[in-house]
Each structure stands twice: as C-alpha cells, then as structure tokens.
Design a protein around this ligand. Structure first.
Ligand SMILES: NC(=O)c1ccc[n+]([C@@H]2O[C@H](COP(=O)([O-])OP(=O)(O)OC[C@H]3O[C@@H](n4cnc5c(N)ncnc54)[C@H](O)[C@@H]3O)[C@@H](O)[C@H]2O)c1
Length: 255
C-alpha cells in the first residue's frame, strides 16, 4: 500500500525532547525532528550548546526550547521534566541520546571511576530520563522513546574499532535490554520504545566531525544528512503505534 511519506512522518503539534542535543547526533536529531514539524526541546549539560541547537532550529521556525540538564543527576532530570510539563504541557517523543566515551582502556587497566561515570550517563541516564518523562506520556495517551545505543552494544568487536571500552559496550548492551523491557512494559499504554545502534557517525556539529581522519565516501545517503532522524521521527505515527522493541542498525556515514 502506498504511503504519503510526509504524512507518515508528520510530527506537527508533537513535542520532542532530545538529550545531549548540543552536539553531534543530538543536534542532527533535533533538527530532523523540527524539520518534520515537532516542537523540539533541546537539553544538554552544556547549556550554551543546547542554546545553539535551538537557535539553529529557530532560524527557520520559532518554537524550539533549550534547557540545561545533566542526565546522570536525578534532580536535574526531574527539573527538566517539570520544565517540559510547564512549557509544553506534554511530551510525545523522547530521544535518549546523551552519551560519553572514556579513554579506550582494556578492562584490567580501566579506572573504576571511568566505569561509574560512563554508566551514570550512558545507562542510568536513559533510565532516569525515561522514568521522569513516562508520566507525561501516560497523561497524554502515549509516546515514543528512542534510545541511542551503539553497534558496540550488539557485537564485541567492529572492524576499524579497537576492541576496548568494556564500560561503553556494557552500557549500550544494557540500553538495548532496557529498551526491550520498556517496550514490553508500556505497550498497553501506547508508549513505543526503540533503540538505534549507530556505528562511526560524525554528524554536523559533532566534536568528532571537526577533524575527519579520511575523506567521506560519497553516497546517496550522505547527500541527505539527516534522513535517519526523519525515519525514526515517524515512530510517533499512529499507524505504527505499537511497541516494537526493534533495534535499528544505522549505517556508517560521515556528514
Ligand atoms: N557518533 C558515533 O559514531 C556514535 C556511534 C554509536 C553510538 N553513538 C551514541 O550516540 C550518542 C551521541 O553521540 P555523539 O557522537 O553525537 O556525541 P557528542 O560527544 O558529539 O555529543 C554528546 C552530547 O551529549 C552531551 N552530554 C554528555 N554528557 C551529558 C550529560 N550527563 N547530560 C546531558 N548531556 C550530556 C554533550 O554535552 C554533547 O553535547 C551517544 O549516546 C553515543 O554513545 C554515537
């Protein structure tokens, strides 16, 4: 059956919150969601960079918000949820994107602090933000939670990447398990949960894209930098309104 793509992915009158929106993929996701009509709340622990993302969106339309939030801090996350409730009254899409990597060290060399810091942001942050935003979704009849995992959460080694960073792998695998559980728990409440597992992506505005190591291969996809954001933005479409627990493997791409 033919679908009108614009209609399927239309997020007009929807509110989307993106964590880690100040840079990289978070900025790309924010712009992608705004481009299909969502009112985007850009959250980052670096308020200045969140402001920049919101300003980039507001250059074209004028409804993006920015706020400071540290996803590892329960009080900060609760304050974020309160601000979203007050300013927008609802939340339809939550993108748990904020994440870090620590020094790529082998397990026997890894400081315990590196394990704890990464887990607090990359895994506990996903729990804290979901926990804080789900009540708003329940109140408005549903929503979509999109967790940014990684290929490293699915495989122990990916060609071109050093096989170290067990804290990152564990947190991303945990995010995938968390996503499956979330989808199963909240399917009856019309809250969908999906994870995306990117690999080696440097989006516009990313610190990683500042000095590309090699020239990006030209491809059709690279001419449309933010098509992923559009694709999963449609996760909110009523036509797809069921829990899917899907894990999307995003293809490598430099934009
Ligand atoms: N870029 C890739 O190749 C790639 C591959 C696989 C997975 N990912 C995942 O995608 C997500 C985004 O990665 P990126 O490459 O765009 O990173 P990035 O470093 O460019 O951006 C991360 C953003 O998150 C923010 N942030 C960090 N800690 C935070 C906290 N505690 N609270 C709120 N904001 C915080 C930073 O300020 C920054 O703006 C991460 O979860 C990462 O693990 C990225």
């Amino acid at each position: 059956m033919a679908h009108n793509v614009a209609e399927l992915f239309d997020l007009t009158s929807k509110v989307a919150l993106v964590t880690g929106a100040g840079s990289g993929l978070g900025r790309a996701f924010s712009e992608g969601l705004a481009s299909v009509g969502a009112r985007v709340v850009c959250a980052d622990r670096d308020r200045g960079r969140a402001d920049e993302t919101a300003a980039a969106i507001n250059g074209k339309r004028n409804d993006a918000l920015s706020l400071h939030a540290d996803v590892a801090d329960p009080q900060s996350v609760e304050a974020m949820a309160e601000q979203v409730a007050q300013s927008c009254g609802r939340i339809d899409v939550l993108v748990n994107n904020a994440g870090i990597a620590t020094m790529p060290l082998r397990i026997h060399e890894m400081p315990v602090e590196d394990w704890d810091r990464l887990m607090a942001i990359n895994l506990r942050g996903v729990f804290l933000c979901s926990r804080a935003m789900i009540p708003l979704m329940l109140a408005s009849g549903g929503g979509s939670i999109i967790n940014i995992a990684s290929i490293i959460g699915l495989v122990g080694h990916y060609p071109g990447f050093a096989a170290n960073g067990a804290n990152y792998a564990a947190a991303k695998a945990g995010t995938i398990g968390f996503t499956r559980q979330l989808a199963a728990e909240y399917a009856k409440d019309n809250i969908r949960a999906n994870a995306i597992a990117p690999v080696g992506m440097a989006a516009r505005g990313s610190r990683k894209s500042a000095k590309p190591k090699r020239r990006p291969r030209k491809s059709r996809a690279s001419k449309k930098p933010f098509c992923e954001a559009r694709r999963w933005a449609g996760a909110d479409s009523p036509r797809n309104w069921k829990a899917s627990q899907s894990i999307w493997r995003a293809t490598p791409r430099v934009t």
